[in-house]
Ligand binder design. Structure first.
Ligand code: SMG
Ligand code: MG
Length: 369
């Protein structure tokens, strides 16, 4: 497959309410889309970086720069390209996994649309629908938190994830347990907000029977996650620390992880994400699909990934309406805590022309030499 050109496009989707984590408060999602044009089909990918390098070292202006100067030229140099060849072609560029993932996703989508095969089938997915949960940001007070959780439970989500940070951890967890009881599937995510000095404090969460605690410590601090596993009964899940299948194998070997959150953007693409799934399955480690407030483009592809058999825990794949007034694709809707996996060729969805045009803030068309 030859690539005629690649379009980078920024879209701005205002959030229905601010989303606060231990590292930022987001008011709108400035998503970066990659559209790969080939003679046979077009393909779409979404770069999950955010505006500032506060979740990881990547940020969207940086992703645009590295795509434009280094990544896109490596696939538009006139040679035939296949999706499996994208990562090896980009391997000489260090890091920038989110940017690489978006480009690979777009090439993969174009390839699959030409072949008439769905991404779910390509990755080895088996489920036709997957369990999904919702991620709840940090609130000003417990009352506001309970109101928001209550709304999500009424909408039918089957699992709640609370964002936590020092000063907002035991109290919100206790309040949610108190209100909805021990059977509500509940988990927490700290986005690296704790230090090794907090190890003992975090064991206070054990009495609330959480599904997991996600990434309490720095992404490079594998040792503290291993230590927490030794002193706590709450399963430890890694997000930011896992950047590759080799890294997942290493964390498992070092006894640092019970469960892995797989985000295709964080690990360099859907093909590497599927390899992490395989490594975890081989070690009996359950996985689930993380989220980065994706538009319908990224959400569709995440559903395909989550249809693989090792994805046994609900993904951070909520309805479009959880974040956006208007999505750029037909909206995704969770029903009874599940979402349907798209079956059409490629990712199975395409942006709606009018919505895309209305939300676009910038675009650039890049062709080969
Ligand atoms: O897409 O629902 C979603 C977001 C889920 O909490 C979520 N993601 O660390 O897992 C995580 C956070 C990162 C969000 S930063 C954009
Ligand atoms: Mg996380």
């Amino acid at each position: 497959m030859k690539i005629t050109g690649v379009e980078l496009r920024r879209v701005e989707l205002p959030l229905v309410s601010p989303f606060r984590t231990s590292f930022a408060v987001e008011h709108s999602r400035n998503a970066l889309l990659v559209r790969v044009v080939t003679p046979g089909a077009e393909g779409w990918g979404e770069c999950v970086s955010i505006d500032e390098p506060v979740y990881s070292s990547e940020y969207t202006d940086g992703a645009i720069d590295v795509l434009r100067r280094f990544l896109i030229p490596a696939v538009t140099n006139g040679d035939d390209v296949t999706a499996v060849a994208v990562a090896p072609r980009l391997a000489h560029i260090k890091g920038h996994r989110m940017a690489k993932a978006a480009l690979e996703a777009a090439v993969l989508d174009a390839e699959l649309r030409s072949a008439g095969m769905s991404l779910a089938s390509r990755l080895g997915g088996t489920a036709t629908s997957v369990p999904v949960g919702v991620s709840v940001g940090i609130k000003d007070d417990i009352g506001a938190l309970l109101d928001e959780v209550s709304g999500y439970l009424e909408s039918g989500y089957g699992r709640i994830k609370l964002k936590i940070q020092p000063g907002w951890d035991v109290e919100p967890v206790a309040a949610v347990r108190d209100r909805w009881g021990p059977r509500l599937p509940l988990q927490v995510d700290a986005n690296t907000a704790y230090t090794p000095a907090d190890l003992r404090h975090l064991t206070r969460l054990d009495e609330y029977d959480l599904l997991l605690i996600e990434q309490p410590f720095d992404e490079e601090d594998i040792a503290s996650h291993a230590r927490l596993r030794q002193i706590s009964t709450t399963p430890v899940c890694l997000d930011e620390s896992i950047l590759s299948a080799a890294g997942a194998a290493d964390a498992i070997t070092r006894g640092a992880v019970d469960i892995v959150n797989i985000k295709p953007g964080r690990v360099g693409g859907y093909l590497e994400a599927a390899r992490i799934h395989d490594v975890c399955a081989a070690h009996g480690i359950p996985v689930w699909c993380g989220g980065m407030l994706e538009t319908g483009i990224g959400r569709a592809a995440n559903l395909a990934l989550a249809s693989l058999p090792g994805f046994t825990l609900p993904g951070d794949i909520s309805s479009s309406a959880r974040y956006f007034h208007t999505d750029i694709t037909e909206p995704f809707v969770a029903q009874d805590g599940r979402m349907t996996v798209p079956t059409g060729p490629g990712i199975g969805v395409t942006p709606l022309t009018d919505a895309l045009a209305a939300l676009t803030t910038w675009s650039e068309w890049i062709t080969g030499p």
